[in-house]
Design a protein around this ligand. Structure first.
Ligand code: TYD
Length: 136
């Protein structure tokens, strides 16, 4: 069963020194965080993602700047413009994602439920569609 993508408001503390945004493993994400990576130096016009995962769960945060995450569960597509360090986008298993329209100096922070495993990836859209549409 595909878990729907959703925006999650992060706990934040603002004061005269600035803002602090918090992600707690499991409590915020609903999954244990085993890996953190971030996309930066992304050139304007570049496209990343273009894959789905069999099991991986992720939370995307625009730590700086903005970008668009287009998600596709094989039936419906939706685009999220992420531009707020206080909001995360949950993307679960069996969701194809394309990440585009990076602003200059954007930092796309990704919190992931598993260590890197290339065998968890669908990199072929047709193969992804075939499997996701076979699921009940
Ligand atoms: P890629 O999947 O193309 O990144 P994106 O989803 O952002 O478009 O990954 C780029 C390269 O980095 C590829 O050779 C796989 C490698 N990689 C790791 O070794 N570990 C990781 O945790 C990730 C996310 C990627």
């Amino acid at each position: 069963r595909v878990k729907p993508c959703r925006l999650i408001g992060l706990e934040q503390h603002h004061d005269e020194r600035g803002s602090l945004s918090i992600v707690e493993s499991e409590w915020t994400t609903g999954f244990p965080i085993r890996r953190i990576y971030y996309l930066h130096n992304t050139r304007t016009g570049t496209a990343r993602g273009a894959h789905a995962h069999r099991a991986l769960e992720q939370l995307f945060v625009a730590a700086h700047g903005s970008f668009t995450v287009k998600v596709d569960d094989g039936h419906r597509q939706r685009a999220y413009r992420l531009d707020d360090p206080g909001t995360g986008l949950y993307v679960g298993p069996m969701v194809w994602r394309d990440i585009t329209d990076f602003s200059d100096d954007s930092v796309c922070l990704v919190l992931a439920s598993e260590h890197y495993d290339e065998t968890d990836y669908y990199r072929d859209y047709a193969a992804f569609l075939e499997d996701v549409r076979r699921q009940p």
